[in-house]
Design a protein around this ligand. Structure first.
Ligand code: C2O
Ligand code: CU
Ligand code: CU
Length: 461
């Protein structure tokens, strides 16, 4: 387990104040921030991932996935990171609105043997499901494939779904050599070239690092599933035979209203919160599957792309059904950002491997924005495969896809831009000047330069 020590002592609060985390202007009666301090170490390990042997992995605190980190809105977080890998790395806190120096972007590599303190506040309204993973220059795909990823849960004091039992489901897929090692072919090999084009996929499916685990449920019960797609490239289309889902949240937390659905499409990097109602009989079972989803260009579409895959078993207990809880019809307020305040529009074109015709350059700033600005970004995908877009540091609201308005505002940090699709979103750079990455979240594409840098500055240049 992670050493996570909520420190409540006077000394801890003093440290907290020293770090400027007590929050709010003088006279604010908000309680002092809770200091959450923990240590994460990235190091090589050998773990049993697939039956019949062990595998060379890279692990946070010796486990794959890394420990699930839980914070509360208002927390002041200090993470002492130790890099015991033989190569540079970082930890990126995917989706969190935090200072750029703590974002773990490739601009802040942590050298082998070095340490880095990630320091940030969890702001009000941040409650949701996030994740963390390395983000070093060119090596994110490799390090995540080897096991470096984990979930983050942020809780609100006034969670409307408090009391509903929860599960965290970190989805990933991987491919192994006959000897049981993570299969990472050389980029020049035929499979290496396909991986680079499609993004690397595997035929072994993991939920929280386990193959086909079992979740038990009592008939009538409602469970809240926080789902993270930690795969390098795979888009899941989740379905649970005989069951309907109720989606209650996405990347940046809860929706305003619950949305019933039969299937959930979740692109790599995205998260969703679902309510699962146990409408089956005591003793029955159901399998959570991912159904075929065609994100591929025809030339490199895998032959078995249209095969449904089993992810986990939902096993009903023999107990008599319980009366289902009522889910509130309104979860929280999600106010639409004001389009009349927009001061800039940006146009991002995704072609195969490139953004606006260019490859990532760490020494170039691609977009400059002013702190406080509200902007509309248009992401156009001009090629015949999906590219999921991700912006660091700021949650945005999708406005429309191919001109079709989104049904309601929701906070996102990822949006899958489908083949030949154009997506527009609105974003407000309310805080945290600095340099922020935006990129395709297919890790092979990101590593090969499908990334740009946004600089948010407090003065106009
Ligand atoms: Cu999930 Cu730039 O990352
Ligand atoms: Cu990110
Ligand atoms: Cu891409």
């Amino acid at each position: 387990m992670v050493s996570m020590r909520p420190l409540r002592s006077v000394a801890a609060l003093a440290l907290c104040a020293l770090l400027g985390a007590s929050g709010g202007p003088a006279g604010n009666t908000r309680p002092a921030a809770r200091l959450v301090e923990l240590t994460l170490t990235a190091a090589p390990a050998r773990l049993s991932l697939v039956a019949g042997g062990t595998t060379d992995v890279l692990a946070f605190n010796g486990q794959v996935p890394g420990p699930t980190l839980e914070f509360r809105e208002g927390d002041h977080v200090v993470i002492h990171f130790r890099n015991q890998l033989p190569e540079p790395t970082t930890i990126h806190w995917h989706g969190l609105h935090i200072p750029s120096t703590s974002d773990g972007s490739p601009l802040y590599p942590v050298e082998p043997g070095a340490t880095y303190d990630y320091v940030f506040d969890i702001l009000p309204g941040a409650a949701g499901t996030y994740w963390y993973h390395p983000h070093p220059d060119h090596r994110s795909g490799y390090q995540i494939a080897k096991g470096l990823y984990g979930a983050i849960i942020i809780r609100a004091a006034d969670d409307p779904l408090a009391g509903i039992p929860e599960k965290v489901l970190v989805l990933s897929d991987n491919r192994f050599t006959p000897g049981g090692e993570v299969d990472l072919p050389s980029p020049e090999s035929p499979q290496g070239e396909i991986d680079e084009e499609n993004g690397r996929e595997g035929d072994v499916f993991f939920v929280n690092g386990k193959i086909m685990p079992t979740i038990s449920i009592r008939s009538g019960e409602v469970q809240r599933w926080r789902i993270v797609n930690a795969s390098a490239a795979r888009v899941y289309r989740l379905a649970l035979a005989g069951h309907e889902f109720v989606q209650v949240g996405t990347d940046g937390g809860l929706f305003e209203h619950p949305v019933p659905l039969h299937e959930l499409v979740l692109a790599n990097g995205e998260r969703a919160e679902l309510l699962v109602r146990a409408t089956g009989a005591p003793g029955s079972r159901a399998v959570l599957q991912t159904l075929p989803y065609d994100r591929y260009a025809p030339q490199t579409r895998p032959a078995d792309w249209n095969v449904p895959r089993d992810l986990l078993t939902l096993q009903y207990t023999d107990e008599a059904p319980v009366a289902p809880v009522t889910v509130p019809a309104r979860l929280r307020a999600v106010h639409a950002l004001d389009t009349t305040k927009v001061t800039a529009r940006r146009f991002i074109v995704f072609s195969q491997g490139l953004i606006n015709g260019r490859m990532m350059d760490m020494h170039r700033v691609d977009e400059r924005a002013r702190l406080g600005a509200t902007e509309i970004w248009q992401i156009e995908n001009v090629v015949g495969m999906d590219h999921p877009f991700h912006l660091h540091g700021f949650q945005f609201q999708v406005l429309d896809r191919n001109g079709v308005p989104e049904p309601f505002p929701a906070w996102k940090d990822m949006v899958n831009v489908r083949k030949h699709e154009t997506v527009r979103f609105i974003v407000r750079f309310d805080d945290y000047a600095g340099k922020w990455m935006y990129h395709c979240h297919i890790l092979d594409h990101e590593d090969h330069g499908m990334m740009g840098i946004l600089e948010v500055t407090s003065t106009r240049r």
